[in-house]
Design a protein around this ligand. Sequence first.
Ligand SMILES: NC(=O)c1ccc[n+]([C@@H]2O[C@H](COP(=O)([O-])OP(=O)(O)OC[C@H]3O[C@@H](n4cnc5c(N)ncnc54)[C@H](O)[C@@H]3O)[C@@H](O)[C@H]2O)c1
Ligand SMILES: O=CCCC(=O)O
Length: 501
Amino acid sequence: MFRRLSSLKVSRMRGFSALVQTKALVNGNWIDSSSRQTFEVKNPATGEVIGNVPDMTVEDAQQAIDAAKQAYESKEWRALTAKDRSNMLKKWHGLIEKHAQEIAEIMTAESGKPINEAKGEVVYGNAFVEWFAEEARRIYGEIVPSGQPNREVIVMKQPIGVAALITPWNFPLAMITRKAGAALAAGCTVVVKPSEDTPLTALAVAKLAEQAGIPKGVINVVTTKKAAPIGELFCKSPDVRGISFTGSTQVGKLLFRNCADGIKRVCLELGGNAPFIVFDSANVDKAVDGAMASKFRNCGQTCVSANRFFVQEGVYDKFVTKLKERVEALKIGDGKCSDVQIGPLINKMQYDKVSGFVEDARNKKANIIVGGKGLQEVGDLFYAPTIVTDVPTSAHIYTEEVFGPVVSIIKFKDEAEAVQKANDTQRGLAGYFYSENLQQVFRVAKRLEVGMVGVNEGIISAPEAPFGGVKESGVGREGSSHGIDDYVDIKYICMGNLKYD
Ligand SMILES: NC(=O)c1ccc[n+]([C@@H]2O[C@H](COP(=O)([O-])OP(=O)(O)OC[C@H]3O[C@@H](n4cnc5c(N)ncnc54)[C@H](O)[C@@H]3O)[C@@H](O)[C@H]2O)c1
Ligand SMILES: O=CCCC(=O)O
C-alpha cells in the first residue's frame, strides 16, 4: 500500500522568518486591524499554528480601497510610462525569483503543498509577473479608417482604475500574480483579499513588491476572516471598478449578482468538473502519466484537476491496472519532506467533503479499488489517494468537483457516449483526452464544452495561454494577451473637422 514517510526523513527547512509578515498592507503601511483582532494560520499537515495575521474589518477594507484610489490618481503611478511599469514588474519578478525557496517554504507550511510543487508554483506564478511585464508595453490601440471625410477614428485602452482581487488557498501565489500582474501592467491599482487559509504567501510577495519600488497604495493586502462583508463592500463600492475572483462557483455567483447594480467589470475563475477521456486509440502509458499529473497535483485540489475519468472498453483493464500501481506508490506526508508527493487536504471542511463524497459512492455501490479512507496515523487532514470504479452518474464524485485525491472511473463504449457524458455537467473549465487518431483529436477537441483542452497532455496551464472556463466555470480569461482585457476600458476618440489641405 501507500508509502508513508517517517518524521526522521523530513528534510531540514531553512527558517523562513525574513519574509513572514504578520501585518496587513494598506497604503504602504504594515498595519493591524482597527479591531486589534487577529486569526491563526495553521499548518494543515501538523495542525501547528504558524502565525497570526490581522482580521481586518470592513472599515479597514474601505481604507485600502481609498488608498488604492489615491495611488491610482497620484503622479507616482499615473505619470509612469508603460516601460516604467514594465520595469517595476521585472524588478518584482527578480525578487520573487531570488526568494523562491523562502516563499515555497511559507507556502508549504500554510497550504500543505509538497515543497517541490510549491517551488514549481513559485516559478509558475512568477512567470505571470514576467509575462505581464512584457505585455505592459503592448497594450495597443487602433486607428481605424474613417467612413467620413476629415475625421479620424482613434481607439485607445485605458486602465479601469481600482481592482479588487479575491483569491483562493490552493495556489496562494499564482492566483495573485495572474491577476495583479495584469492589473498593474494595465496601470490599475489593487486591493488583494487572499484566502484566510494562506495569507502569509500573499503578504510575502507584497513585501517583495514594496522592495521592488512599486509605489505605496498600488498593492494593498487585506487579510481577513470576514470575507462576505468585505466581498460585498468590493462589489458595492463605486471606487472599485473591477472584481477578479478565483474560487468556488457558489461564491462567484454571489459576487456576480452583487456587482450587477454597479455594472462592474467581473472576471470569475470558478470550479470545474473536468473529464479525462482515454480512447482505445490512446497511448495508455502516456494517458497514465497525464492522469497522475492532472489528478494528483496539489492533492487533487486544483480547479483544472481531472475529476471524471472515462475509459473506453478496449483499454479499460490496462489503464486501471497501471494507474492503480502508480497510485499505490505515491508518497504521503508532511509536504516539507522533499520526496513527499501527496500532502494533507487544506482544512476540516475540505476533508469532510472528500470523505463524504467517497462514502456516498460506496453507498451507491461503486467499487473502491484503492484508498477510500482517512489516514489519521499521518495527520488529521490526510486522505488516502483513492480510485473508485463503476461510478454511477448519481454519485457526488460524478456530479460535483471533488477537490481531493479521488479518481472516479467510468467505462464507455464509443466516442459519442464519451463526449455526451463529458459534457453532462454545468461546469466547463478544463477537459482532457488521450487519442493518437488525428481525426478524433480534432472532432473531440471541438466538441468538448470547456474553456481549455489538454490533448495527450495532463498539465496545460502556462502564462502565455488563456486560462478560463465556459458555462458555470466563469467569465473572462487570465494569462495570455487576453489577461489584460479585464483591466482596461476601450475608449473611442472621434477627431472631427480635420483640415488636411
Ligand atoms: N478557475 C480557477 O482558476 C480556480 C482556481 C482555483 C480555485 N478554483 C475553485 O475554487 C474553489 C476552492 O477554493 P476556495 O475553497 O478557497 O473557494 P471559496 O470560494 O470558498 O473562497 C475563495 C476566496 O473567496 C473568499 N470568499 C469566501 N466567501 C466569500 C464571499 N461571500 N464574498 C467574497 N469573498 C468570499 C475566500 O475567503 C477566498 O479568499 C474550487 O471550487 C476551485 O475549483 C478555481
Ligand atoms: O486551481 C486552479 C489554478 C491552477 C492553474 O493555474 O493551473
